[in-house]
Design a protein around this ligand. Structure first.
Ligand SMILES: C[S@@+](CC[C@H](N)C(=O)[O-])C[C@H]1O[C@@H](n2cnc3c(N)ncnc32)[C@H](O)[C@@H]1O
Length: 235
């Protein structure tokens, strides 16, 4: 049976295809406690790997690593700095690897880079690639509850942005950035802890740890809270 190639709407991918030369925004981190669980020889998948910032860290731990992303220019850069990593141009919604193949998978800044439907598909497709008992690690920007915390460019409380953009995306915590002509440039999502739990448990991944970690955004320079969570796929 022929498999239909997956193609998301261009509006969902245009922003991510703009980046080159390592300019892909990438501020979330692999938690040091998670890294200790990565053993030499483990087979790892980095979903939405960009230019391989995190893929490279897994490789340094001795893992045999593959990274997928839709941005070929950034993948090529990754290949130049980590030639032993297998970089493949693919969508997270349709991962071109066999089921139950990987000991671990990581997704940093990817689920918040897509809409809710794509998020569910990418999460499910990633979990499918894990062996029973395999490890999954996810990191995303955390939702901001404090109205005193404002956006850097126009000084609007994030809570107001969430309320406003909820009317467009139907999802509280999502942020829409517009082009000058009013068209959508970028849609992102900031997560609650419960949203992470819902995704993990819904896909049969039992969390073993979660931490709120402050990082410096490599886009705005501001300090921002992120959620990290990792756990095992059911055996
Ligand atoms: C915030 S960046 C994070 C990059 C990388 N994970 C890191 O932390 O350095 C999000 C990445 O997800 C990729 N991406 C967005 N939508 C995707 C999709 N549907 N399938 C695969 N990759 C996607 C983008 O091209 C981009 O490289």
């Amino acid at each position: 049976m022929a498999i239909e190639p997956f193609r998301p709407a261009p509006s969902e991918t245009a922003y991510w295809l703009e980046h080159r030369d390592g300019s892909t925004p990438s501020s979330t981190i692999l938690h040091p406690s998670f890294l200790t669980l990565v053993s030499p020889g483990d087979l790892y998948l980095d979903v939405g790997c960009g230019y391989g910032r995190i893929t490279h860290q897994l490789e340094k731990r001795g893992a045999k690593t593959a990274g997928i992303d839709l941005n070929f220019k950034e993948l090529r850069l990754g290949h130049q700095s980590s030639p032993n990593v297998l970089f493949v141009q693919a969508y997270g919604e349709q991962i071109p690897f066999q089921n139950e193949q990987f000991d671990g998978a990581v997704m940093l800044g990817v689920l918040g880079a897509v809409g809710i439907e794509a998020r569910r598909k990418i999460f499910a497709a990633t979990v499918k690639t894990l062996k029973p008992g395999g490890l999954l690690y996810v990191a995303e920007f955390a939702m901001i509850y404090d109205p005193a915390v404002t956006t850097r460019l126009d000084n609007v409380p994030w809570t107001d942005v969430y309320r406003r953009d909820n009317q467009v995306t139907g999802e509280y915590g999502s942020v829409v950035v517009h082009n000058n002509d009013g068209s959508t440039h970028f849609v992102g999502h900031h997560f609650t802890y419960d949203e992470f739990l819902f995704l993990f448990r819904g896909a049969g991944v039992a969390p073993i740890a979660s931490e709120r970690v402050a990082v410096q955004s490599n886009v705005s320079g501001a300090t921002r809270d992120t959620w990290t969570m990792w756990g095992h796929k059911a055996r």
